[in-house]
Write a protein of this length. Sequence first.
Lengths: 313, 249
Amino acid sequence: MSILLVAEHDNAALNDATRAAVTAAKAIGGDVDVLVAGSDAGDIAKAVAGIDGVSKVLHADGEAFAKPTAEAMEALVLPLMDKYDVLMAVASTMGKNFAPRIAAKLDVMQISEISAVESADTFVRPIYAGNAMMTVQSTDAKKVITIRPTTFEKAGDGGSASVETIEAPSGPFKSEFVSEELSKSDRPELTAAKIVISGGRGMQSGDNFVLLDKIADQLNAAVGASRAAVDAGYVPNDYQVGQTGKVVAPELYIAVGISGAIQHLAGMKDSKIIVAINKDEEAPIFSVADYGLVADLFNALPELEAELTKIGL
Amino acid sequence: MKILVPVKRVVDYNVKVRVKPDQSGVDLANVKMSMNPFCEIAVEEAVRMKEKGGVDEIIVVSIGPQQAQETIRTALAMGADRGILIQTNEMVEPLAVSKLLAKVVAEEGPELVILGKQAIDDDSNQTGQMLAALLDWPQATFASEVAVANGKANVTREIDGGLQTISVELPAIITTDLRLNEPRYASLPNIMKAKRKPIDAKTPDDFGVDIAPRLKVLKVTEPPKREAGIKVESVAELVDKLKNKEGVI
């Protein structure tokens, strides 16, 4: 078995989800080669070479891979698949974009967003927004797999893989990157944060999210939101935690003014400790919370801020 | 310009699905079914483009059982012009769906195919991308804004951490994200009108596509349950638990 894993990064830093993917790849077994496709991404390739369990790093550098489109990724990855049995990618918006394209070209049915590896051809994946888990066995000779990074341990350092430079196709491709507008924040990224504090419809307005911001700063937490809060226009969509947003699994998840719709629970129920603050004691969020506080959030949040200050945060 | 919009009939998003005791799947008997929400957004986007002008026809296609006709009718009531039902009672995986759709594209010659980014039953998020690959068309996935002009589509995409805009040459595939638009409710006159719009009946065999599944479903189980914990009486007690008992702050 030989596996080609596509690294997740932004040319400046390696995304930890890559380490989770290495763990998933090791569970399948065989050599794990990692493709670093980027622009000026030499440092990323070096960082990947140091991950425990990586056999070889393939580094493709070119302008088209600064913000690669699915078409550019196809041009790079598809020819490489002659030599590999498995293509693995993170189920990020990047991986979700290009992996099915490769699968179709290989005439393979992709296995999306796996949460566990049972054997080299059998995997578990959530369906119905995580309300059921499906175990599937692939009958395809080659496999294309995306992984849900929150359910795999992150592989640590300790490897010393070689880095091989390969040619990056230069295009032109039928699609072209135009621009990008990333949310600027000094806080950790939602999917990488150890603590996440999210607000729901109960926040009543976007302005009130400042109450969460203060606590997030004290805890070095990321701020998230339920789909209801996003739909109401309180915060942008990239705050959204849930089936249709981001899946997070931090050590501590604080849900504030969130009722706990199925769609939200799908995005956070793997968190280690869940805290719910809601004035409706019947809210479904309490049925998954380790600690529930029935209170008006407009009283509870300033109190929480004060209590955290008291303990030196 | 012709637009093709594939739609899927799925369990309504408000239904909490139950796993069958024999672990063979989820129980779909007597469960409310609806058009996949992302597909509704795709239909709405096509109809809005037609209302702005420059679109001659919107064709809706669905692959599924006889009842998928109702899903097509819903799309016709929203403003699509005609439907194609590729009828089968088998479970059809995204790879086979995209092969069927590629055949429909070859017959109908649309310049744009707009699909939902994922179906809320199997959550695969593959069909649009696979169809793009089979046709060798460019793809613009997870769209939150679409502007078509001069043989190109400028599409703003929802990506991790923000928004990205790409430009794709037509013909192209677009898959919809949540914020692209808010689908309309069909009016009663339009629902009546939709009953007279034509729906072509086909089968996978008509297209010569092998729809045999590549993934064998071994079992479907309940996700691990989370037990409800305790209620705390005050914020101070909460902070104490998080700091001294759990050590997470």
